[in-house]
Design a binder for this molecule. Structure first.
Ligand code: ATP
Length: 203
């Protein structure tokens, strides 16, 4: 019998990528036996203000630097090359094609994103295309009633919670730290930190 390939997809703005992202991706990989985790930086995030988002090429480079030392981690520019807003459903359709129906997908996210899920474009199609792995995030409590109202039975079958420590790291806080010259040590990979400082990204 053929074992199903399990592929992790991690979408985000990654503005910048930080240790919170890396830790939940690694936890997801280990806990769900994922063959690999593909980080997919978003181009035009529909829910975020464009003005404070660093250019695509910088965010792509930062993810590339962050994942370089993990043989299970990859980065895809599929959303950066697509014109118009990035919808996760298009990305999942794309990866289903790439793997020719031979893989199961596990979309990695924090609880803040999970609670937004019912409002996403084509959410019903999306939940048919992927499982969701959610890491708890401080201050976001998990009231699953909205999810159950929208997705019914599929909520239990397709939405899972990771066993990761909750981490108070956010890209918003990191951007503020870089802007004001405060310490960012241990919050993101050294190579990413150096890249941000060398290119004056958040100053
Ligand atoms: P920002 O502060 O700019 O909103 P962010 O830190 O939330 O950014 P994103 O790139 O928007 O980073 O996050 C991508 C995904 O990673 C989202 O699903 C988000 O919930 C999740 N995530 C980010 N940081 C954490 C964290 N510390 N713990 C758990 N999940 C996280």
């Amino acid at each position: 019998m053929m074992t199903v390939r399990r592929i992790g997809i991690f979408g985000g703005t990654f503005n910048p990528i930080h240790n919170g992202h890396l830790l939940i991706a690694e936890a997801a990989r280990e806990e769900y036996g994922l063959e690999r985790v593909i980080f997919v930086p978003a181009s035009h995030p529909p829910h975020k203000q464009r003005s404070d988002v660093a250019p695509n090429s910088w965010r792509y480079d930062m993810v590339r630097l962050a994942v370089a030392d993990n043989p299970f981690f990859f980065v895809s520019d599929v959303e950066l090359l697509r014109s118009g807003p990035s919808y996760t459903v298009d990305t999942l359709r794309y990866f289903h094609e790439v793997y020719q129906g031979q893989a199961e997908f596990y979309f990695i996210m924090g609880t803040d994103t999970l609670l937004d899920l019912p409002t996403w474009k084509y959410a019903d199609e999306l939940i048919a295309l992927t499982h969701f792995l959610s890491a708890l995030r401080p201050r976001y409590r998990t009231d699953l009633s909205m999810l159950t109202a929208k997705f019914g039975q599929q909520t239990q079958e397709k939405i899972h919670f990771l066993h990761t420590p909750e981490m108070e790291i956010s890209a918003t806080d990191l951007r503020q730290r870089f802007a004001t010259g405060r310490s960012t040590r241990y919050l993101l990979p050294v190579a990413v930190q150096e890249y941000i400082l060398a290119n004056h990204i958040y100053r």
